[in-house]
Design a protein around this ligand. Structure first.
Ligand SMILES: [Zn+2]
Length: 84
């Protein structure tokens, strides 16, 4: 149950929601923190705190290895449609 990414409000989503698991298996959540090209979005844009950003980076990389996270723009758009 990913909620919309709001660029205007800056706060760490993982600190705000303790129930939100930061896990490589949650591609729906990780997708909010990467660009369409699969690049990780900078912390100052997402508002994620240093601690969680570090974990996020690790999980995204892990997720890529597991091929759960899509690389191409086409695929990532498809995933976004489902989660929003
Ligand atoms: Zn945090």
């Amino acid at each position: 149950m990913a909620f919309k990414f709001t660029p205007r409000k800056k706060f760490c989503r993982f600190c705000a929601d303790k129930e939100l698991s930061l896990d490589y298996k949650r591609a729906d959540i990780l997708n909010d923190f990467i660009t369409e090209r699969g690049k990780i979005i900078a912390r100052r844009i997402t508002g994620t705190c240093a601690k969680h950003q570090r974990k996020l980076t690790t999980e995204i990389k892990k997720s890529r290895q597991m091929a759960l996270l899509y690389y191409t723009a086409v695929h990532s758009t498809e995933v976004k449609k489902k989660t929003i």
